[in-house]
Design a protein around this ligand. Structure first.
Ligand code: LLP
Length: 406
């Protein structure tokens, strides 16, 4: 990321998220390009970074959107994603969300249970329409990733087994209000091994073949997201190898391949900037206390996730320190045992690979204002979300009648 971090911090203050939009373009082109010559759609997983400017940027390249709530669908539409490129996924969709998705004529709804299918059918009947659906199959494949972001085993809450998927397709085919056009799986996130993905593709492609044999014509093969990225020294899956595994699995089938990448697109397109408040030593243990915290970037606290942390323009002999925030929790840290020189008040630290599941998982815990967000493109910087203030935080409480307390 070529930028003058000090200037950005002077201009926008910290804590701050900064995204490299040129890198987002490169990542999009890389993935889309890997499927060149095939019918394919990259439906960006909005949950990874749902800033409108990010979605708008991807929509302009031609991306679709994978959404998991009515809010995300509204964001995608507002940002200019074509409705026929929007997918609605998620294990617990409410009636009002299903109604909204149907009315907006999005591409399809990914179903995660038989009960949900009946619900969608009922609502589509109300509208006297055919709901385009896809079924999320749980192929029972171990993706070999962190248990919290593993989703393709029967012990996980996601999707349905092959057998119940088959029953559901047969039911949907007969229904006047359901049109089964897709099949979906997503076995987990931050995947660095191709074999489990290839295995899942094979299992699901076989299901497509057996559906074709009974005259159920699937058009979309949605392989979910999950491509891993480099946080530390991971060896990641090459997009060409990935594309090859998918296309080989569906050989002979006429399908549009749908990808739902989030982290792949955003993680290394973003950094998180924070300023040093204090150095402190508790016995043997060195702490660098910063103004960013778990409410800004939850991944280290929640998953013990590693994010590389570096000091900006500060040299000297390094020693190990925990980089911690001001939140009143021992679990509030951005990094453990980070090699850092002695830091002064207002020195800046860069937390790398923070573009995915960073801001979107942030909160107001400890009544802390959420960070500002900045985009970099073509050497220019643009504010894409203002820093929250106290007034923003209490607005919905102040809007309530408090006379009962007087
Ligand atoms: N499609 C579905 C159905 C998903 O559930 C997810 C992510 C994606 C696509 C995008 O996956 P990606 O390409 O980003 O791996 N908060 C966690 C990650 C949770 C992922 C949830 N599902 C983290 O910070 O690591």
């Amino acid at each position: 990321m070529s930028l003058d971090i000090k200037t950005l911090v002077e201009k926008y203050n910290t804590p701050l998220y900064v995204y490299d939009f040129d890198n987002i373009t490169r990542r999009y082109e890389e993935l889309k390009g890997a499927f060149d010559g095939k019918k394919s759609l990259v439906a960006y997983a909005v949950k990874s970074n749902s800033n409108l400017a990010v979605i708008r940027h991807l929509a302009k390249q031609g991306a679709g959107a994978d959404c998991v709530s009515i809010g995300e669908i509204k964001r995608a539409l507002k940002a200019g994603v074509e409705r026929y490129k929007i997918i609605f996924s998620g294990v617990g969709k409410r009636d009002d969300e299903i109604r909204y998705a149907l009315k907006e004529q999005i591409l399809f709804i990914n179903l995660e249970s038989e009960a949900e299918m009946k619900r969608v059918e009922m609502i589509a009947k109300e509208f006297d329409m055919e709901a385009r659906i896809s079924i999320r199959v749980n192929p029972n494949v171990d993706p070999k990733t962190h248990p919290y972001i593993s989703t393709g085993l029967h012990e996980n809450k996601f999707g349905v087994s092959i057998d119940s998927a088959k029953r559901m397709y047969i039911y949907a085919k007969k229904s006047k209000n359901l049109n089964p056009i897709g099949i979906h799986f997503h076995i987990g996130s931050q995947l660095t091994e191709l074999a489990p993905i290839a295995e899942a593709c094979g299992i699901v492609a076989d299901l497509v073949r057996s559906l074709n044999a009974i005259d159920i014509d699937i058009k979309f093969f949605d392989v979910g997201g999950g491509l891993g990225v480099v946080y530390d020294s991971e060896v990641t899956i090459k997009t060409e190898a990935y594309a090859l595994a998918v296309t080989q699995a569906i050989k002979g089938l006429d399908l549009t391949i749908v990808n739902e990448p989030g982290r792949y697109m955003m993680a290394n397109s973003g950094i998180f900037l924070t300023k040093v408040l204090y150095e402190k030593q508790n016995g043997e243990k060195r702490f660098v206390v910063v103004d960013g915290a778990m409410n800004d970037l939850l991944r280290p606290s929640l998953y013990s996730a590693y994010h590389k942390i570096e000091a900006v323009q500060r040299d000297g002999e390094k020693s190990l320190a925990d980089v911690v925030g001001p939140v009143c929790e021992s679990g509030d840290f951005l990094g453990k045992d980070v090699e850092l020189p002695i830091m002064n008040h207002n020195d800046i630290l860069v937390v790398h690979s923070a573009g995915a599941y960073g801001f979107t998982m942030s909160s107001n815990y400890n009544t802390r204002n959420r960070s500002a967000e900045v985009a970099l493109m073509g050497g220019e910087d643009y504010l894409i979300r203002q820093r929250e203030n106290f007034q923003d935080q209490i607005r919905l409480e102040e809007a309530c009648d408090t006379s009962w307390q007087s």
